[in-house]
Design a protein around this ligand. Structure first.
Ligand SMILES: Cc1cc2nc3c(=O)[nH]c(=O)nc-3n(C[C@H](O)[C@H](O)[C@H](O)COP(=O)(O)OP(=O)(O)OC[C@H]3O[C@@H](n4cnc5c(N)ncnc54)[C@H](O)[C@@H]3O)c2cc1C
Length: 385
């Protein structure tokens, strides 16, 4: 089991420093920066708290494993999660998850199953299109409901976009629609996903609890999670990291490790009797040639072309993978840092309309520099999520 899950932060390789030591400034330089009188400076020095700093990643060249690029399957206005009937077949769409597909997959799969139940579909032969996290999670849940499932896909793990995801639990860069009903549905799916992942905590599935730190006031995908789903947010006058003293916050969330989770899910599908077939679909016509009368469409970015849906838009993200390091936190500032068992993932870029999966060296070097600058004040970097 993961050490952080078992121990929280105690017992790990954390280091205690006086505040002045941690930020690399002398006491007087630090305090004069805050404009204190000499009397209050003395008082402050006497009562200065000790803080525990979390370990700083090793960003040195020798730690770089690889540069990676993946394409988020974003859909304008909303993910598509609906059932339609075409020529005597039932077609359920489940695509357009942008930067939140790992987060949403279990909740979306439960919706797909419920849509089939509501449509009166008894256990039958089902074709699932796409072998990313959404296709595989749907396949798994349908098998559990007694359906006979074949996953048709041109690629499987480890070659899908889902394999590239950072794996933080958070509905980032994904749309659910505008109405209160849409949001209530999305929140229901997030709750279902969170509960599912909590049941899978540990090394077998690569799902872990982690504190996610950010600078300033809470923002980003945290504000889109249902209120009360996660434990209360903790506030810090000074975040426990080397570097400039910055106020911030942390919340306990989940980290799903795609290179562990996805092969484990595929193994589960096969053990439940699910089949996988390599196939590439060029159009709706090629989909309609399948023998199955019930089809679940989880083609991700591919759905744009196959379903002729112009609202599916690629957003490229680039990542730097460092060798695994014992860092018991997530950090979203200056891009993001997600330490996982297989790699420390540095990321946070967004390029609309770019579909090249070959990473760009200059951008990846910038990601590395930006991440390092959070800890090393002499280097510059920008906040972003
Ligand atoms: C850099 C990056 C970081 C990310 N970080 C996170 C994160 O931290 N948390 C999070 O929740 N999400 C994250 N995401 C988003 C997440 O990866 C996606 O939302 C998710 O993977 C989408 O899953 P999917 O199954 O719908 O699509 P995919 O994983 O793309 O799977 C689609 C499947 O369909 C197949 N396919 C496509 N077209 C065809 C065709 N024509 N014929 C046959 N098969 C086809 C593909 O081979 C593939 O098997 C990130 C994404 C990127 C790029």
């Amino acid at each position: 089991m993961d050490r952080t899950t078992r121990n929280g932060h105690t017992g790990l390789t954390r280091r205690s420093f006086l505040l002045k030591a941690g930020c690399g400034l002398t006491g007087s330089a630090l305090l004069s920066g805050f404009g204190l009188s000499s009397a209050s400076r003395m008082l402050a020095q006497a009562t200065r708290p000790t803080i525990d700093l979390l370990p700083t990643p090793d960003f040195s060249r020798g730690q770089v494993l690889r540069y990676v690029a993946g394409i988020r399957p974003y859909r304008e206005k909303s993910i598509r999660l609906e059932l339609e009937r075409i020529d005597g077949r039932v077609l359920v769409h489940n695509y357009g998850h942008g930067g939140g597909g790992i987060t949403m997959a279990p909740g979306c799969a439960e919706e797909v199953v419920m849509m089939l139940v509501a449509a009166g579909i008894e256990p039958t032969d089902v074709a699932v299109l796409g072998g990313g996290i959404n296709g595989m999670t749907c396949a798994h849940d349908l098998l559990q409901r007694g359906h006979r499932v074949t996953v048709y896909s041109d690629k499987l793990t480890p070659h899908t976009t889902s394999d590239i995801a950072g794996g933080q639990f958070g509905p980032s860069f994904i749309r659910f629609g505008e109405s209160d009903e849409d949001m209530a549905r999305a929140e229901g799916m997030m709750i279902a996903s969170y509960r599912r992942y909590l049941r899978l905590l540990g090394d077998e599935w690569g799902v872990y609890e982690r504190d996610n730190y950010g600078v300033g006031a809470p923002r980003g995908s945290l504000s889109r999670l249902p209120y009360g789903l996660l434990p209360p947010v903790k506030r810090f006058d000074r975040l426990p990291f080397q570097g400039d003293p910055r106020p911030g916050y942390a919340y306990r969330t989940l980290l799903i490790t795609p290179p562990i989770y996805l092969p484990r899910l595929l193994k589960e599908i096969r053990s439940l009797g699910g089949r996988t077939v390599r196939r590439k679909f060029s159009s709706m016509r090629s989909v309609m040639k399948l023998r199955e009368k019930v089809i679940v469409n989880c083609l991700g970015l591919g759905a744009g072309k196959v379903m002729d849906d112009p609202t599916v838009i690629p957003f490229r993200g680039q990542l730097v993978h460092l060798k695994p390091q014992d860092l018991p936190y997530l950090l979203v500032s200056h891009g993001y840092i997600f330490p996982r068992p297989d790699a420390v993932v540095l990321g946070g870029t967004m390029e609309r309309g770019v579909t090249r999966t070959r990473p760009d060296k200059a951008t990846c070097e910038k990601i590395l520099k930006r991440s390092r600058s959070f800890f090393l004040p002499s280097e510059t970097g920008q906040d972003s999520e």
